[in-house]
Design a protein around this ligand. Sequence first.
Ligand SMILES: Nc1nc2c(c(=O)[nH]1)N[C@H]1C(S)=C(S)[C@@H](COP(=O)(O)O)O[C@H]1N2
Ligand SMILES: [Mo]
Length: 370
Amino acid sequence: MTAWPVSRGGPGRGATVWAPETVTADPYNAQTPSAALAEPVTPVGAFFVRDHFGIPRTAPGRWRLRIGGAAAAPFAIGYEELLAMDHRELDVVVECAGNGRGLMTPRPPGLPWSQQAVGCAHFAGVPFRALAGRALIRPAAVEIVFTGADSGPVGGRRTAFERSLPLAVALHPDTLLVTRMNGEPLAPEHGAPVRLVVPGRYAVADVKWLVGARAVTRPFTGVFQAREYLYEASRGTPEGPVTSVRVKSLITEPEPDTAVRRGHETLVRGRAWSGDGEPLRNVEVRAEYEDEYEDDRHRERGWHAALLEPPAGPYGWTGWSYRWTPQRPGPYRLLSRATDGHGETQPSRAPWNARGYGCNPVGSVDVVAV
Ligand SMILES: Nc1nc2c(c(=O)[nH]1)N[C@H]1C(S)=C(S)[C@@H](COP(=O)(O)O)O[C@H]1N2
Ligand SMILES: [Mo]
């Protein structure tokens, strides 16, 4: 696992080694430590990992990406050739569609993520569009199917991790074949040597260890497209695929269960983001005293506008802050609520669905005023 020391600063605090918090060992799944979510760019050594199968290791010198299917001029490209092409750099929030599932009741099946299967990285990559142009994709094509080098048994059959994108999304200039994350070559667990990054979509779209891209003339029906990653009202009643990231905010400071001083200003800080490059309209903060917890009658009052930092581009997250002075001694719940340019806002409770996707309730941290 890549991890390196990062000085956290502050009196009495030594260097901290970032490492994701393991959720399952095999396949490897780990979440971003909450302290790392306070960083404007999530360190690679802290970044959450979501793997369905094992991590395939391909030396960059042996890596090939095959582009074909419904295309008049299929071809394969190697790593050096890809590196020599024009790269585009973007800050992108990568969020697992199941992020927050662990907060839903009853708990849907799947990894029990709290709100830490998310991070924001600085990516550099070649727009897929540049390669698609060379392959001369046929007009009949409707989607591109992207294939990872990883595979494993699904229902008794060896299955590769494959996901498709509608042609227009695949050909969007911000859909990237990524070679670098935070200025370094991709780490093995994040898809080395090349992965797809589709800004604004849940991260299941971001196929790691990318080895194939084929144009298809009918919508793809692979397991990870048509059986998994669907919103379902109840088991077996699909309401559509997981696509755009839903608007969300998190509180990163103060930390949960810490003491704040009554009559003194406390800085409440956090991050907010939305999908599809949709700008945030606002982030609001509300402090509830213990007797108001879970009391929906009060829930529409007492929201205060937080100060937004300049956004890190259309797909990054936005830091925000609010100065709060607790008046009474005792337990408080701090809540944060982001609204995007479409007017989409975070619901007060986790929006339940059978597989636990798109869980974006208001951010929440409990503290005690002393
Ligand atoms: N090849 C491959 N790509 C994959 C996956 C996978 O299991 N195999 N998992 C997907 C899911 S569900 C998520 S949330 C992201 C996680 O990216 P990360 O591990 O770099 O954070 O990778 C996506 N790409
Ligand atoms: Mo995911």
